[in-house]
Design a protein around this ligand. Sequence first.
Ligand SMILES: *Cc1c(COP(=O)(O)O)cnc(C)c1O
Length: 392
Amino acid sequence: MIRFPIYLDNCATTPCDERVVTAMLPYFTDHFGNASSRSHPFGWKAAAAVEEAQQQVADLIGAGADELYFTSGATESCNLALRGVSTAYAGKGNHIITTKTEHKAVLDTCRELEKKGIEITYLDVPDNGQIDPDAVRAAIRPATILIALQWANNETGVVMPVKEIGKIACEHNVLFFSDATQAAGKIPVNVKESKLALMACSSHKLYGPKGVGALYISRRNPRVTITPQITGGGQQKNIRSGTLNVPGIVGFGKACALCAGEMQNEYSRLLKLRNRLEKGLLSLPDTYLNGDAAARLPHVSNLSFDYLSSSQIITALGKDIAVSSGSACTSGSLDPSYVLKAMHQPDHLAKAAIRFCLSRFTTEEEVSYTLQFVKDTITRLRSDSPAWQLRE
Ligand SMILES: *Cc1c(COP(=O)(O)O)cnc(C)c1O
């Protein structure tokens, strides 16, 4: 039986896994201690739980547990990485390389840093959305301190050549930061193999609770130091002060452990479901895939339905299927997606985009229903549209 509406907006957020909620519950009540309280068992219990979670997150991304710092989410992690590095490495240089398709957490932070004298290069991407490593190499200057590149794009699911760029960063002695919020837990992510100095991820994108994320900061080859952005009690080796969100952190850890265990099976299951949906929808006329067909997260499909607008489609799907036109952070605006524009999509296609994001909880029945319902809806909307009737 299908529960309506069908949720296919899992790039915006995922539901919290019941197993995650179960792991969290005792930490609200029985084990409520402050992880920094060293003088009694309440504190010790909380601190042990945080340590375990650190290990679980670390295991998912190939890091050491001592290289993980908990934050309120990927937005804060991106801010901490970019602001923290630009201050700490000001003596080395003032130039950061990023791309035009980053999440706003990176782009808007870069805009702020520009006001403080940091020079930012916003690289173009090719039509398929996948940054060219040679473009990154060519942008490196003596003053370059950081390359900031997402692991996978949140609107198209396009996976970036992170390993190649890590190698380039390493050769040029530049730090490499990746916003891996969409990739972590969905595809293999290894910070050491990709020579990352810093990496951001978020709990609520991988079936954990909202309001918690992590920043990986390399302690070995290279040993990275950053300037804290939140000061106070000196928690987390002074890098990020504030009483730790123990239940959230426990949930995040559990969510990472579940992803690590289930990723391989989930990858192939989701890939099959996504491909069936995508192939079916692409059989509609004047319908196009946004982003590289191959180098993509297994559960994401961003399609443009020409002659229609995203908002018109979303409204028509409304009560049955929850999707979005792209980033939840920008879906309030009527402007076409800046990500699709950076991929050189013409306005009429960028404004006709719908992003389908499947999850661990998406069923075959839901995909079958969605395929038929979206096909019927698009056909009906188009038959009512003068633009469609007048097309050549
Ligand atoms: C969701 C998302 C963020 C922001 O994460 P929060 O934890 O919600 O702050 C940053 N980057 C990418 C790529 C995202 O998808």
